[in-house]
Write a protein that binds this ligand. Structure first.
Ligand SMILES: NC(=O)c1ccc[n+]([C@@H]2O[C@H](COP(=O)([O-])OP(=O)(O)OC[C@H]3O[C@@H](n4cnc5c(N)ncnc54)[C@H](OP(=O)(O)O)[C@@H]3O)[C@@H](O)[C@H]2O)c1
Length: 281
């Protein structure tokens, strides 16, 4: 068997085309969606993620504002920057690029962002709404994963989803969203015993651990759908958490890295920003 590709790049392009039309429509009604990104420090990976987000905003017609702060900024100063953006009517979405320096509480920063502008979907209020299945901003990477599975018309009802990784931004929410879609969800993490036995039970295997090529064909049930969220750099080349070449011979569907989940994440951020701007009408 050779897996069919879940092509995030293609789906992202299709969604961004539609988003541009939505933004044009909003603009004719005098609402220009606005996204503010706060970047603290000089981390090269964060700089490149922020650049990609700004470029995507520009292409979609979303007004984007980049606020750069030195890594010596105090927590108080950062929180008051967020407060200003909370009150700025031209800004519909606020995100603080993570990670931030250790002397600042990440949770305090997340909780300072007004929930109605939290387009990353990390605020506890929005996480709570997601848990109970209320409409809210969904965290972008998990939201993108679910959209990819739905686009490929992969049946989720009653399927056994195994999520490897339990971070607050990927693992936990992706499992919750799939539970909301009536899947049966198992979470695995670094303390899981017999990981291979668990992953071999998966109809749909979602991997988000940050370890290059960690999951290989022996970890995958024949015909499983495999979603690789990982982004790792090995010898200057990007690769996922899944060993693409071996797993593609065993899975029914597989996401490539790059070109899989990555492009969907930014697209869902744009979607959340546009959704927020619509509320201004
Ligand atoms: N495509 C995208 O747009 C996108 C977005 C976000 C993140 N990512 C990528 O996704 C990956 C995960 O990101 P993250 O933020 O969720 O990472 P994270 O916060 O570091 O969490 C990693 C998770 O993996 C688990 N883990 C680590 N080693 C393991 C092992 N050997 N066996 C089983 N579980 C293991 C950890 O378990 P414990 O909890 O027990 O420590 C933890 O729950 C990274 O490569 C990141 O770059 C991609």
């Amino acid at each position: 068997m050779t897996a069919l590709l879940l092509n995030g790049k293609e789906l992202a392009a299709k969604k961004r085309e539609q988003l541009k039309k939505d933004v044009d429509q909003l603009t004719t009604e005098n609402v220009i969606p606005g996204l503010a990104v706060i970047l603290v420090g000089e981390d090269p990976a964060s700089q490149s993620y922020v650049k990609a987000k700004q470029k995507a905003c520009e292409q979609a017609g979303i007004h984007s504002v980049l606020i750069k702060k030195p890594d010596t900024i105090t927590e108080e100063e950062l929180l008051s920057d967020i407060e200003r953006l909370n009150e700025d009517n031209s800004i519909d979405g606020i995100l603080v690029q993570l990670p931030i320096p250790k002397h600042i509480s990440e949770q305090a920063v997340i909780e300072k962002i007004a929930p109605e502008k939290d387009v990353d979907g990390f605020h506890p209020i929005n996480i709570g709404k997601m848990m109970v299945g209320e409409e809210t901003f969904l965290p972008c990477t998990p939201y993108g994963v679910v959209e990819m599975l739905k686009e490929a018309k992969i049946d989720l009802v009653g399927k056994h989803v195994v999520v490897v990784g339990r971070s607050n931004i990927v693992g936990k929410p992706v499992g919750q969203l799939l539970l909301n879609e009536h899947a049966t969800v198992t979470y695995c993490h670094s303390r899981t015993k017999n990981l291979r036995e668990m992953t071999n039970l998966a109809d749909i295997l979602i991997v988000a651990i940050g370890r290059a090529n960690f999951i290989n064909a022996d970890d995958v049930k024949p015909g499983a759908v495999v979603v690789d969220v990982g982004i790792n750099r090995v010898d200057g080349k990007l690769c996922g958490d899944v060993d693409f070449d071996s797993v593609k011979e065993k899975a029914s569907y597989l996401t490539p890295v790059p070109g899989g989940v990555g492009p969907m994440t930014i697209t869902m951020l744009l979607e959340n920003t546009v959704q927020s701007a619509r509320k201004r009408l």
